[in-house]
Design a protein around this ligand. Structure first.
Ligand code: N01
Length: 856
């Protein structure tokens, strides 16, 4: 006998409860299977002293029903575990959910039956369950990690796991207690255990960043916003990166004085919210340098608080940037180490050798204790999904095998090969990096809407395609590159578990962006999903939902909202004024040693230049750089952030030289100016503080055209020695029929129409095949080594690739960098398009290599 339902859900925490409610409202039969004997999930299990949520109650609460919000009042800013558990019980009762929950029940097997198009579940309690859809609402942090410490079973006294705390509580009065682990759980429990126990020894392997929670009443400003318009506040939260409306700073650390940074830091420290510090400046958690300033200030607070300098130093995290490992909010954590009954054991200096009958032996000493608390964390994100049962999908494929090299999902919601399986806040979704209450509501709504949509359309199965899943994995990894999470060994990456595959598991692209993507999948005809009906017919609109780099995608979305006029409709003067205005709003670029402006003689009169000198002692190798702008726009200082970046990363002197612009000065003015400028710089290298000898020539877009042409002219006419050429998205030919022109004709900033306009202003059709306009058509042998950089979503992509291939065919040493997911303008957007860092780093290495090879 089976219990037949439309949907079976594992778990009765936040996710399971809301799922049951929505499924029931939608007229679907459902059951939740819950290992615990009550609702609550995380908040049922984690009853250790001091357990609280560190997301404010104003935000960590269901928002699907305004009447529920009216009916419940939270008592303080950060709710305790008992209060959150009481809330979830209240929710279960209010919506009469308990009758659909089978408590004290663990799923022991789950297998997809392709013939019946149903999941078959075995359980350790009651009848098996047959369901059309199977939803894992089992939580991200619910499978405890084994202590993995030798001798753990030999200890004679009681041991406790923070995540499996006895319901009746534990009295440590008069006891010598050991706590192993200083993550969020340990940091919350330690101050309270210290107050009760006779003595507490904390065994710390990795110090963590923690900031004061300053608990009390809910923040007045947030309460005021909620009172003014709760619905608007909630809707805004849904579209924010972390599921909470908070101010985001525009200023980068290097734009602020030390005093301004200190003032912002102190404000963040006293905000009593994790976001208070991560938003101190724009690069606080996205850039190593911006983060280092913040991390050091936090270490200063630890040193100010903890009186014993050795203990203070041991508590200072040094091996990971703030925010890369989950930081904590605490109440009196660092002060606790000033108590006479508390000792910190730094396991980096004296690792645990073994747990003994009477306590813990490290490499240096024996610590006898009466009780041990393991605050050692979880097999996060994948643990609960894999641990509750062996799960087999289509063709008997085991999920554990499918995920052997790390979890693979589409949207963190579904898995290829596992039809009709949904994960709530699964790996590859924002989940633990967002306010879970908001993340859960979004997932549950999306899942239930899909199930009802399928019912209405007569579909019985849904399954992610391999293409969509692989594309999503790439996108998740691209997003990870925007953060510092990859730099820390944490449960986010699986590094806390022996033998677990490594890789940042949560989606770091932000909840709001993610919500937009999930909606887009639906709008685009269920992109990346195969839908089937009872007769075995399937439909599939296969593809990848995000192919652009995440920050490029956001930028384009923001630009689309501005409804900007087409550049080619403005006329040259207005277009120039417009680009100058647009440039004023971008980050200024980071400081270099020195910036000076000057002029040098061009082919038709003086040309302005801007010289970027590194902060290191010279003389430096010299790069002559030509700016972008379709031969019409731009100037010697218009690519300022890119030139600063090249200068800093390559430690070379970059001289950005202007050239005459069309339509006032048409072909071949720009080309001849390029040649004249390079000759002049070669002759005056020492005078401008550069190293005499071969130069590197670089250029971007039309400037890439000038650079490529200049290299050809120097080869033919002499006058300079060129060590190498860096061509970033260069114009190399006047042929508009290559596929990249039609694929990327519009929507990616530089358009086909703009390129037509530029060419028309610069060069008459009769001259366009001249190699000084279309270097691809010139003689290519004997040219200096080159790095040609092209961007995937650029009309100029294919002519850049064609130039690189033609150089190689002509025997020139050439390498290519094909920037996946980038547009024509993105690599030059320093500090805006962070995913361009790797490419900019590669460009800098290349020009340095060109220069150095010629010195030897
Ligand atoms: O677990 P953790 P947690 N020997 O993995 C150490 C959420 N949460 O339960 O870092 C010695 O963070 C381990 O050391 P290391 C929150 O998202 C939220 O504290 O691996 N030490 C680490 O110090 C949080 O991030 C709230 O070197 C060992 C600690 O144990 C997540 O849950 C409250 C060890 C584990 O820290 C997990 O937090 C609580 C060993 N063999 C939790 N093995 C709030 O909302 C592990 N460790 C406030």
């Amino acid at each position: 006998m089976n219990q037949d339902v439309d949907v079976a859900v594992v778990g009765a925490g936040f996710s399971g409860l809301y799922l049951l409610h929505r499924l029931r409202q939608a007229g679907l039969s459902a059951i939740a299977l819950e290992t615990g004997d009550d609702v609550g999930g995380t908040w049922y299990w984690n009853r250790y002293p001091g357990a609280r949520c560190d997301v404010p109650t104003t935000d960590y609460t269901f928002s699907f029903d305004p009447a529920l919000e009216d009916a419940w009042t939270w008592s303080e800013k950060y709710a305790t575990q008992p209060e959150i558990l009481a809330y979830l019980r209240f929710v279960a009762d209010r919506y009469d959910l308990r009758r659909s929950i089978r408590f004290a029940t663990t799923v022991t097997t789950a297998a997809w039956d392709d013939t019946a198009q149903r999941w078959q579940l075995g359980t350790n309690n009651g009848t098996p369950v047959s369901c059309r859809f199977y939803v894992m609402a089992s939580g991200c942090l619910s499978a405890p990690k084994p202590p993995e410490i030798e001798g753990a079973k030999d200890f004679a006294g009681p041991t406790y796991l923070t995540s499996r705390w006895p319901h009746e509580g534990v009295d440590f009065t008069g006891k010598r207690v050991a706590v192993i682990g200083t993550g969020s759980s340990g940091i919350q429990a330690i101050p309270l255990i210290a107050q009760q126990a006779a003595h507490l020894t904390v065994f710390q392997r990795t110090p963590n960043f923690s900031i004061p929670a300053l608990n009390g009443p809910a923040p007045a400003a947030t309460v005021a916003l909620l009172e003014r318009d709760r619905a608007a506040y909630r809707e805004k939260a849904r579209w924010t990166p972390v599921g909470m409306p908070r101010q985001r700073p525009a200023e980068y650390s290097w734009q602020l004085s030390e005093a301004e940074r200190r003032e912002r830091f102190e404000r963040g420290w006293m905000s009593g919210e994790l976001g208070g510090l991560s938003t101190a400046w724009a690069d606080a958690v996205s850039d190593v340098d911006g983060n280092a300033l913040l991390s050091e200030m936090i270490r200063g607070k630890i040193r100010d608080t903890v009186t014993d300098p050795a203990t203070a130093e041991a508590l200072c995290p040094q091996d990971h940037p703030f925010g890369s490992k989950r930081p904590c909010l605490d109440t009196g954590y660092y002060d606790t180490y000033n108590r006479p009954n508390v000792k910190l054991v730094d396991l980096r200096r004296e690792p645990i050798a073994t747990i003994t009958k009477s306590g813990i032996r490290t490499a240096k000493a024996n610590y006898d204790v009466d009780a041990i608390v393991f605050a050692t964390g979880f097999d996060a994100m994948t643990g609960a999904v894999l641990a509750v049962h062996p799960m087999t999908g289509r063709g008997g494929m085991k999920l554990a095998d499918a995920w052997a090299d790390g979890p693979k999902t589409y949207l963190g919601l579904t898995v290829a090969g596992f039809p009709n399986l949904f994960l709530v806040t699964g790996p590859g979704s924002p989940s633990v990096l967002a306010n879970m209450a908001v993340a859960i509501e979004q997932h549950v709504d999306w899942i239930v809407d899909r199930i009802t949509g399928m019912r209405d359309a007569g579909h019985t199965t849904i399954e992610a395609t391999e293409t969509a899943q692989a594309g999503w994995s790439r996108h998740v990894a691209d997003c990870t590159g925007l953060t510092l999470h990859r730099l820390a060994n944490t449960w986010y990456t699986g590094a806390n578990m022996r033998g677990k595959a490594r890789g940042v598991m949560p989606y770091t692209g932000g909840l709001g962006a993610y919500r937009g993507i999930c909606d887009e999948v639906v709008r685009r005809d269920m992109l990346g999903f195969r839908l089937g009906d009872a007769s075995g017919n399937t439909t599939c609109n296969d593809g990848e939902v995000v192919r652009l780099q995440p920050d490029v995608r956001l930028l384009l979305a923001e630009m689309a909202k501005l409804n900007l006029p087409a550049m080619e409709s403005l006329g040259a003067d207005a277009a120039r004024a417009f680009t100058i205005q647009a440039r004023a709003s971008r980050p200024a670029g980071r400081p270099v040693g020195e910036i000076t402006d000057g002029t040098l003689p061009g082919a038709g009169g003086p040309l302005r230049y801007r010289l970027y000198r590194p902060a290191t002692p010279g003389p430096h190798g010299v790069v002559v750089y030509f700016h972008a702008g379709g031969w019409v726009l731009g100037s010697h200082d218009s690519d300022d952030p890119l030139c600063r970046d090249l200068c800093r990363r390559s430690d070379m002197l970059v001289i950005s030289v202007d050239y005459r612009h069309a339509p006032e000065h048409r072909f071949p003015a720009a080309a001849e100016d390029g040649y004249a400028a390079v000759r002049w710089v070669a002759q005056h290298a020492a005078q401008i503080g550069g190293r005499p000898g071969p130069l590197v020539v670089a250029g971007y877009s039309a400037g890439g055209n000038v650079a490529a042409v200049t290299c050809q002219l120097v080869r033919d006419r002499g006058g300079a020695e060129i060590a190498g050429q860096l061509l970033l998205c260069p114009v190399t030919d006047h042929d508009f029929t290559r596929p990249s022109y039609s694929e990327n004709a519009q929507g990616y900033h530089l358009t086909k129409a703009m390129m037509h306009w530029f060419w028309d202003l610069y060069c008459s059709p009769a001259d366009r095949s001249d190699p000084r306009a279309s270097p691809l058509r010139g003689e290519l042998t004997g040219l200096p080594p080159a790095l040609v950089v092209t961007c995937e979503f650029d009309p100029l992509r294919d002519e850049g690739i064609a130039y690189a291939e033609a150089l190689a065919a002509a025997g020139v040493e050439v390498s290519q960098l094909r920037a996946r997911g980038h547009i024509h303008t993105s690599l030059a957007m320093v500090d805006v398009i962070i995913t361009g860092v790797a490419a900019r780093e590669q460009m800098a290495r290349a020009i340095r290599r060109f220069a150095e090879r010629r010195i030897r």
